[in-house]
Design a protein around this ligand. Structure first.
Ligand code: UD1
Length: 360
């Protein structure tokens, strides 16, 4: 069974690492990795391969830093050629990036069965490139691996039971990764020593809708600066955000670091007071490590966390974000409900894939 995994962006390396460990335990399965190159800085890409012991991708396409159409189109063209060459039995894509959509289209048009990991998530905001990517990818996937009940419900509400696909609730591979690598991160990271004593909140920012509108970015920086007067704010910066801050000559007065690797991120999560982020993945990781989260967007795909009271969708106005910080820093919550499964998502996905391919 030959599986072609298409990845290219930071969160996909983490998810693919969890699944790779399971897939390689099946004797019949051969996994071929294709790295589109969407993320390419050492600390956005290679560090994850080293830390998480993911094998070197067989193919590196080196496609990045262009607008959506060009990036997706060039990836589609290159992946199509690889699929014709490799003739996989199944293609796997992750999440909601341009890499995801390009891999999905290339596979489907060549009639290669397609599996989508992190299927069924919705922000209901069609202005986000990620929402477009995930809806289109779901629609053409044969195997939809949903991390949560809400993701499964979303697909049923959209009529997916009438389509020719199989829907599985598997739990979340990011929990698998957090549990596995979280046991190793203390030995492998010295970031907490380097930061020195003292409480801090962990913040990240990279969404296009937050970084590309100057007024929004100004509000977000103001919010972090104001919170920073009460508690240290640690902000590992995505290259996109760094570029935008420089263009606008904005200088947040918080503790800025380069983007960090996974072990450092896990240690920051374990030790922070709470998380403020526009990242999808980090909202869940906050929950895995028992931390409240302020979501710096108007929607979230992880609505179970909001209903549970541990995540506040604060939007992008400084006052609302500072208020959310004050509310959440006093709150005590339950973090034991297993919304994301029990750390065995990759095992479930592997079994579902093997069963599917055996039936064909
Ligand atoms: C992408 C995904 C988003 C995901 C995020 C994870 C899309 C549409 N968005 O957003 O869903 O949550 O990855 O991080 O696919 N850059 C560098 N070095 C790098 C990577 C990026 O300088 O290693 C620059 C790019 O050149 C570009 C900018 O950062 O100018 C944004 O990168 P891009 O790949 O467009 O999207 P992300 O914001 O990372």
């Amino acid at each position: 069974m030959k599986i072609l995994t298409v990845l290219g962006a930071r969160p996909q390396f983490i998810k693919a690492a969890a699944l790779h460990r399971e897939l390689k335990s099946v004797p019949d399965v051969q996994e071929i990795l294709v790295h589109t190159g969407q993320h390419f800085d050492e600390n956005m890409s290679d560090i994850f391969f080293k830390e998480m012991e993911i094998p070197k991708p067989r193919y590196r396409l080196g496609i990045h830093s262009s607008n959506h159409g060009t990036m997706t189109g060039r990836m589609l063209e290159a992946i199509e050629k690889l699929i014709e060459q490799e003739k996989p039995d199944l293609a796997l894509v992750y999440g909601d990036t341009n890499t995801t959509l390009a891999g999905a289209l290339a596979a489907k048009k060549l009639h290669v069965p397609l599996g989508h990991i992190e299927a069924g998530l919705r922000s209901f905001n069609m202005q986000m490139p990620e929402e477009i990517n995930r809806i289109l990818t779901d629609r053409i996937s044969d195997l939809l691996f949903c991390p949560t009940d809400i993701a499964v419900e979303n697909l049923y509400k959209e009529g997916f039971e009438h389509f020719n696909c199989e829907i599985f609730k598997t739990g979340d591979v990011m929990l698998d990764a957090a549990l596995y690598y979280g046991q190793r991160s203390a030995e492998r990271s010295d970031i907490i020593e380097r930061l020195g004593d003292g409480d801090f909140i962990l913040a990240t920012l990279h969404r296009a809708e937050n970084t590309d509108d100057p007024q929004t970015l100004v509000q977000l920086v103001e919010a972090l600066n104001r919170i920073g007067k009460e508690i240290r704010v640690v902000l590992p910066l995505h290259p996109r955000t760094r570029k935008k801050l420089e263009e606008l000559k904005l200088k947040p007065t918080v503790l800025i670091t380069d983007a960090v690797g996974y072990f450092d991120m896990l240690e920051l999560l374990k030790h922070c007071r709470l998380v403020a982020t526009d990242s999808g993945g980090l909202q869940k990781e906050a929950y895995f490590f028992g931390k409240h989260c302020i979501t710096l967007r108007d929607q979230t795909e992880w609505s179970e966390l909001v209903q549970h009271g541990v995540n506040v969708v604060a939007g992008t106005h400084a006052d609302n974000i500072v208020d959310a910080y004050h509310t959440l820093s006093k709150q005590h919550s339950d973090f034991t409900t297993d919304f994301y499964g029990n750390g065995l998502a990759a095992k479930h996905i592997t079994n579902d894939i093997v069963n599917y391919l055996n039936k064909r």
